[in-house]
Design a binder for this molecule. Structure first.
Ligand code: UD1
Length: 417
């Protein structure tokens, strides 16, 4: 079994460059098959999620050329083959092929998506919207068959501004007959990235990044180029490391606006940092004070940074309260942090954290991707050696993690045990 081993308590200096956003690229790749032309995606991160999406594109008959930081997808020979559970299980974003294949072929057979086990994660909002657009859906166990004789525009009002449902409806609506309006749409930066690609391909979308998106269906989409935005969650994770053990640690290729809420919380905690156009530098680490955090949709505090943030709170003086409002059970990191010496009382969706605590390295397991990120941070600040298992979760979302951290002075390695 592969494990990440960290010898902690070392100061980090130098520069870490942030990769393209996982949650953008996993939607940009499926969007590429909406055309029979060629879509070139730049600044692509190399992650197990992108590798699995490439496998799905290949299964559908698409041609992919890829290298460091780019991917070229030729959708000419794509057909709507069924996507088996062995592939759809690997990641949440496999469900973007629902919208993309429905949009182009009006037919799709796919299994329920995989992804981190952090709550129920139903897809009812996606399915209700597809039905409104003319699709019939047959479910047999975890297998969904969607058909639309006449895929048409519709007015869709989401109960909740779901990122996935917003993107899936965009995919289906760009080639549908007529106008689709999404109300209470998600406003995350990743939505704007997808809208930019679709518009570059010839779609007619306005309002991306606001809570009302209007899509006028077009006959055909064409070849296009897009650049993946920087990963704000990866950036936030390294920024927390900077705040805790950085000594002139610069995080580059960041859009500071996308991490504004984290910077604001860091200021409240007493962290000192310098923000420039596309970087944030942590000069020194000072004593931190406790703050309260409640996760919310963008521009609120991102749920994906909630778990890493819990580690920062263990180092802040006083009692911090943490509340997770997006998922029901995103607390797999708490027992592991307690094993390392943190003082945390928790339920699956909330925690009271008393700090500062001296963390000590031990054997811990990553229950999901961002719980794994939390354990990486904990290992870096802990005394002694931390061994993290279940690292496949972490490698789904952090490109070149070991290289990036080693290059700024961390003692970290992947070992086979
Ligand atoms: C995306 C991100 C994930 C992030 C999340 C919230 C990707 C691949 N993943 O996930 O990292 O944590 O946004 O920022 O981009 N919901 C329903 N019914 C639905 C859809 C969602 O009830 O049909 C609920 C979910 O269970 C959850 C909430 O809505 O409680 C948010 O989900 P959503 O925004 O859809 O998250 P994802 O797109 O799955």
């Amino acid at each position: 079994m592969k494990k990440i081993v960290i010898n902690g308590n070392r100061k980090l200096s130098g520069c870490i460059s942030i990769s393209g956003a996982k949650n953008s690229v996993v939607a940009l790749i499926p969007a590429a098959i909406l055309t029979d032309g060629v879509v070139e995606i730049l600044n692509t991160p190399e992650l197990t999620d992108t590798e699995n999406l490439r496998k799905i594109i290949t299964l559908l008959g698409g041609d992919i050329e890829f290298g460091k930081g780019f991917m070229k997808i030729n959708g000419k020979n794509v057909v709507s083959n069924p996507i088996p559970s062995e592939l759809s299980d690997k990641l949440r974003a496999s469900y973007y092929f629902m919208g993309a294949l429905l949009g182009r072929f009006h037919h799709v057979v796919i299994n329920f998506p995989g992804g981190c086990k952090i709550g129920k994660r139903p897809i009812d909002l996606h399915l209700t919207a597809f039905r409104k657009m003319g699709a019939t859906i047959v479910r047999e166990g975890d297998k969904y068959t969607l058909d639309a004789e006449h895929l048409h525009g519709a007015n869709i009002l989401f109960d909740f501004p779901s990122v996935g449902a917003t993107i899936n409806v965009l995919m289906a609506a760009v080639l549908a007959d007529g106008v689709t309006v999404i109300e209470n749409a998600a406003k995350e930066p990743e939505i704007i990235n997808i809208v930019s690609l679709l518009n570059n391909m010839g779609a007619k979308i306005v309002g991306g990044g606001t809570n009302t998106i209007r899509i006028e269906g077009v006959e055909k989409l064409n070849s296009a180029v897009i650049e993946v935005i920087p990963d704000r969650i990866e950036a936030g994770t390294y920024m927390m490391i900077g705040a805790l053990i950085g000594e002139n640690l610069k995080i580059t290729n960041v859009i500071p606006k996308h991490v504004e809420i984290l910077l604001s919380k860091m200021r409240d905690m007493g962290v000192e940092f310098k923000v420039e156009d596309d970087s944030v530098t942590f000069l020194n680490h000072d004593a931190l004070t406790a703050v309260d955090i409640k996760t919310l949709v963008y521009p609120g505090f991102p749920t994906d940074l909630g778990q890493p943030m819990a580690v920062m709170l263990t180092q802040a003086k006083g009692e911090s309260h943490f509340e997770e409002t997006i998922y029901e059970s995103r607390g797999g990191h708490y027992p592991e942090l307690v094993k390392m010496g943190a003082d945390i009382e928790f339920t699956p969706s909330s925690a009271t954290i008393e700090g500062p605590s001296k963390l000590v390295g031990t054997e811990v397991a990553a229950s999901d991707l961002r719980a794994g990120a939390a354990l990486i941070i904990a290992g870096l600040i802990a005394a002694g050696t931390t061994k993290i298992s279940n690292i496949e979760h972490i490698l789904r979302g952090y490109e070149d993690l070991v290289y990036k951290l080693s290059s700024v002075g961390a003692e970290i390695a992947i070992v086979e045990e």
